[in-house]
Write a protein that binds this ligand. Sequence first.
Ligand code: S5P
Length: 473
Amino acid sequence: MEIEELIIELFNIGCVKFGEFTLKSGLKSPVYFDLRILVSYPKLLKLASVIFAKKISDESIDFDIVCGVPYGAISLATGLCLEINKSMIFKRKDAKSHGTKNLIEGIYKPNDRCLIIDDVITSGISILETIEGLRDHGVQVKDALVLLDREQGGPENVIANNVKIHSVLKTSDVLNILLKRNKINQEMYNKTQEFLNVNRNVSVPTKPVKEKEISFEERAEITNNKMAKKLFQIMSLKQSNLCFSADVESFDLLLKLADEIGPNICILKTHIDILNDFNMDKVQELVNLSIKHNFLIFEDRKFADIGNTVKSQYSGGVYKISQWSNFVNAHSIAGSGCVQGLKEAALQYDEPKGCLLIAQLSCKNNLIDKTYTEKTVKLAEEHSDFIFGFICQNKLTDNPGFIHITPGIQFNENNGMSDNLGQQYTTPEMAILQNKCDVIVVGRGILKSENPAETALKYKNTAYEAYLKRLNL
Ligand code: S5P
C-alpha cells in the first residue's frame, strides 16, 4: 500500500512525466522520471525514507555508511540516514580546486562498507562512477539501493562490478499502478511498455570499473596501523617490495649481506635462533644498518603458544626479540590470547611494533585448510591495531591496510620445484600479479647465487615491475 501511495504521489507532483525525452544515454524515451523534485516535498521524502529503511531490513543489507549519488539522491540518502541513524558521505562530481580538495565529503574509514543510494538507475553509469570513486579511497561497496529501476540493464551492468542493486520500484510497477488508478490510458501504457521491451539493455558508455588496485603510497595514507603505514612508506620510497630472508648461521655474514643488500629491500627477515654467534652488540649493528638503509627487521619467530608464554618469548630470554625487531609473526592456531600477549609486550615501546599472522604456508602437505585461513583473516581484523598483514600464498582480503607477504619465491628455473624438504617455489611475477601479494620473501634464491647483491637487485626490480603492472602503470 505504501508503494502504491508513493507511485501516485510521485505522479501527482510531476516526478513521472510522459512525452518525448532524450536520456543521458542519447536514447529517446516516452517516459521520464525526475525525482529531484522530491527535495521540495518533505512528507514524500519521509515516506521514501521509511520504504528504503524497510527494504534494507527485509533484504538484510549490511553496511557501515551511506553514500548518496549527487544530486538527485542527496536528499533521499539524508532522509534515510535520519531514519536509520547512520552516517552519510557523498562523492563530489569534481574535486574542489580550493580548501580541502576532498573528492569524498563526510567522515569515513578505510574499509567501511558503504551502501550507495540513488534515485533512478538506467544504465548504471552514475552508480559505477560513484563505486570507482569510493573504491579509490579504500571504501568497500557491495550494495546499492535505488528508488526506481528503469529496467534498462542498469543492475546487470553494475553487478558485473560486484555490486548488487536493490530497487524499490521498477518502471513496469509504476505503469501498472498508474493504469489501474486511471492516471494514464491504455495507449500510453502500451507505448511505454513497448519502449521498455526493446530497450532493456542500455550499454555502459565507459570502461567497467573493476575493484581498483591501490598503490602502496595510497595504502600508507589510508591505514590506521602505524607499522603498516611505515612499511608502505618504505616500499613506496625505495620502490621495493622485496624482503630478504637472511637465513645464515654467521652473524658477521648476516651483517655483511644486510649492508650490501640493504639499499634494495624493504624488509630483512631473520631467524635469530639459527645464528651460531648471536650477541646483543651485533644485534645493535643490525639495527644501525636498518636505519642506514631504511629497511625493517622482521624476526620470523612464528609464535604459537598461550598469551602469557609468547609474551615472555617475545620480550625475554636470550634474544629479547621485541627490543630490536620491528615486527614478528605468529601462527593463528592459539587464537586471540596469543595475539593479545604479543600486543601487550609490544605496548612498552614508543615506536610502532607489529605482527603478521601466518594464514598459509608454502610447504608441501601442510595442514592449513581454507577454513583455517578464513578464521585467520577474521582474527587479524579483530586485532588490526597490531596485526597488519599475513604470511600467505595469495591475497586474502580486500582490506587495503593488510599487507600480504609471500615466501617460497625463486626465479623461473625453480618455479614449481621444491627443495628436498618440502619447500615449494613460485616466481615473483606469479606471486605479485596472479596471486596479488604485496611483498616477496627470498632466501636461498639470493643467498645461493654467485652475487647476492646483484641477484637481490634483480628480484627487487622484477617484483616492483610486477606490482606496477598490477596497478596498470
Ligand atoms: O610458508 C612459509 C612461511 C615462511 S615465513 N614458508 C617459508 O618458507 N617461510 C620462510 O621463508 C622460511 O622459514 C624461510 O626463512 C624463508 C624462505 O626461504 P627460501 O630459502 O626457501 O627462499
